[in-house]
Design a binder for this molecule. Structure first.
Ligand code: MG
Length: 212
């Protein structure tokens, strides 16, 4: 296994990488349809059908898809904050996460580079926030998806060259192709373990980065 030298910063995607998608999924597919059902006096299944159709129309290549404020406003559902706080118990970390963060934080500055909004990240990262020097949200901080420019901006903010950063995440385009374009060492995390040349868990990242 190739070892990496000269690395200063290790960057993590949030959802699907550190934290499961349970919390966000609950917001998108339970909380929002539930609020919609109450607001318009329809049953939950009807509400969910309407909501999913609206999500599909927008699609995941547009910023609005990820923007919880946009959806609450669009459907007239009030403020997202109290609803999200009610679902806080759905936040769950992958089993290896705390061990890996503890080990890597001895040697590297750890950061989060996420496409999720801060409204999500404040819940998603609550228990592991102390491990991170910085948390970047492409949507909240730069109004963009995780583009090469977003990663360039992170290098600038962190005061390091792209070659000194490792990034890991579970979206091939946003966490692998995009950071590689600017020269960051990127790893694609495929927890199904079937991806060619990908990592099956963050333990594999630790093995490449920690002096044994
Ligand atoms: Mg992800």
């Amino acid at each position: 296994m190739d070892r990496l030298d000269g690395i200063k910063v290790v960057s993590f995607d949030a959802e699907g990488t550190l934290v499961t998608t349970d919390f966000s999924y609950s917001i998108w597919y339970e909380a929002i349809p539930q609020k919609y059902a109450e607001r318009y006096g329809v049953d939950f299944a009807t509400a969910r059908g309407v909501i999913e159709a609206e999500y599909k129309k927008v699609g995941d290549q547009r910023l609005e898809w990820y923007d919880v404020r946009y959806w609450f406003k669009r459907f007239g559902l009030g403020s997202p904050e109290p609803v999200m706080a009610d679902y806080r118990h759905r936040v769950a970390y992958y089993p290896e996460v705390k061990d890996v963060l503890t080990a890597l934080s001895q040697q590297y500055t750890l950061i989060v580079a996420s496409g999720s909004m801060r409204e999500f990240l404040c819940h998603l990262l609550e228990d592991i926030e102390p491990y991170f020097g910085r948390v970047f949200s492409s949507l909240s901080d730069y109004r963009q998806l995780k583009t090469p420019e977003f990663y360039q901006e992170i290098c600038k903010e962190m005061g390091v060259c792209p070659e000194q950063i490792v990034h890991v995440g579970d979206n091939r385009e946003f966490d692998f192709v995009s950071p590689r374009k600017v020269g960051i060492h990127a790893f694609y995390l495929d927890r199904s373990g079937q991806g060619d040349g990908s990592l099956a868990s963050l333990v594999e990242l630790k093995l490449r980065l920690v002096d044994l």
